[in-house]
Ligand binder design. Structure first.
Ligand code: ACO
Length: 380
């Protein structure tokens, strides 16, 4: 048993956590016992952050002071903005730009030597507050516009949309975006969270954990899938292809359908259900049902084909892209937005793990040669 090899660590328990629970058989997700649906509909992203970081939902007074502390940390140093400009000029991809700029934020942290018990959450709060500012600045600069300074009177969600567009968002857009942030905030020991924990288990600072988490999230098997889904939908639209035909062609070529399948969920992801409903509302109120029609056609076809029954069902990424598109957010910003939300979960898991830390250090089964006779360089 001790030597049993679990590829991809599938099913391996490596820690205890009070933070979130995913029941992949019935399609349930809870944060500290609260159903994701109740939180998505009833709580703001800031309340969810408080819940994850401090263990319980805040009272009104606790929330006021938490929101004010977070909002007070939104500005980033000019040096970071200059780097963001250089990255945009070089044509860097948004997730890579975010990874570089997040790492750089530590240079300006007032307690970057902090290694006391509270350092992870203190520095984590600053990172969480500043990531939206970095992302919005990057997007504006590459569009040839000047960054917009954060507005401390707006919510985390509302302020990001404001910094992106320069205009205060309407209530529906702010609420929709806030809901998307809540839905992505935590999800057990997914690849990026585990990456952050591995780094945190060495007692490296939380900037290193978040930077590593961003790197892990950028891959197409993880956070990159929401962008892939939207690119497919655009492709279908641009080529006037039938969405079902696109799926047939992709499967005939042995390709995967982005936004379908999940390591843990064997039924439809509960977050996908909530976002699908949101997409339906947005499509009905705008009268533009294009993305809804395509996604519905794909899902119905794959359900008829028995794929969903086999456990390859829509995941959160299948719908998030269409929702972001309806908010006017560019496609390659979807994964960075995922990072902007998931940073809350990364920090919570690192802080929780460090309370009873043990260096994470697994082993590989050695399959290389044994007893190789060394040959000096000049004899090879
Ligand atoms: N389309 C078609 N077939 C699929 C898909 C898919 N999207 N996903 C899995 N399968 C099939 C595989 O081909 C495989 O079939 P086989 O046994 O006949 O070879 C079987 O299902 C199992 O697939 P694995 O890759 O072994 O399952 P794993 O648990 O490693 O995969 C993953 C999970 C990586 C998410 C996979 O479903 C996938 O690639 N999905 C598309 C990308 C995606 O949507 N990623 C987002 C995940 S959610 C998130 O990160 C927020």
């Amino acid at each position: 048993m001790a030597d049993e090899l679990k590829r991809g660590l599938e099913g391996v328990l490596v820690a205890e956590s009070d933070l979130s629970y995913v029941d992949g058989e019935v399609g349930k997700l809870v944060y500290r016992g609260y159903d994701i649906e109740d939180l998505a509909r009833g709580a703001s992203y800031e309340e969810v952050l408080y819940l994850l970081w401090h263990g319980s939902l805040p009272t009104a007074a606790e929330l006021d002071s938490f929101v004010a502390d977070l909002a007070a940390e939104r500005e980033v140093n000019d040096g970071v903005i200059e780097t963001v400009r250089a990255l945009a000029d070089a044509g860097e991809r948004p997730m890579a730009a975010l990874r570089t700029a997040t790492s750089m934020l530590s240079a300006y942290d007032p307690d970057n030597e902090g290694d006391d018990d509270g350092a992870t959450l203190r520095q984590g709060r600053r990172i969480t507050a500043k990531i939206p500012t970095v992302l919005a600045a990057f997007e504006r600069v590459r569009q040839g516009e000047e960054p917009v300074a954060p507005d401390p009177d707006l919510s985390h969600a509302g302020n990001f949309l404001y910094m992106l567009t320069g205009t205060e968002p309407d209530a529906v857009s702010e609420e929709t975006f806030d809901m998307a942030l809540t839905l992505h905030a935590d999800h057990g020991l997914n690849a990026s969270t585990f990456t952050a924990m591995v780094i945190g288990s060495t007692m490296a600072d939380v900037y290193s954990s978040v930077t590593g988490g961003i790197g892990a999230l950028s891959g197409s098997l993880h956070g990159g899938a929401n962008q892939d889904v939207m690119e497919v939908l655009h492709d279908i639209d641009d080529s006037s292809k039938d969405p079902v035909q696109w799926v047939k062609d992709t499967r005939d070529d042995g390709g995967r359908i982005p936004g379908f399948g999940h390591r843990v969920y064997k039924v439809k992801d509960p977050r996908a259900n909530i976002l699908e409903e949101k997409l339906r509302d947005l499509a009905e109120s705008s009268g533009d049902t294009k993305w809804l029609d395509y996604t519905t056609a794909i899902e119905e076809y794959l359900t008829d084909q028995g794929l969903v029954e086999k456990g390859i069902a829509p995941n959160v990424d299948f719908y998030s892209g269409s929702v972001y598109d309806s908010l006017g957010i560019p496609v390659d910003m979807y994964t960075p937005i995922f990072a902007m939300s998931r940073v809350g979960g990364w920090i919570a898991h690192v802080a929780e793990y460090q309370e009873d830390n043990r260096l994470i250090r697994p082993r590989a089964r050695y399959t290389g040669p044994e007893d190789a006779a060394f040959v000096p360089l000049d004899e090879r």
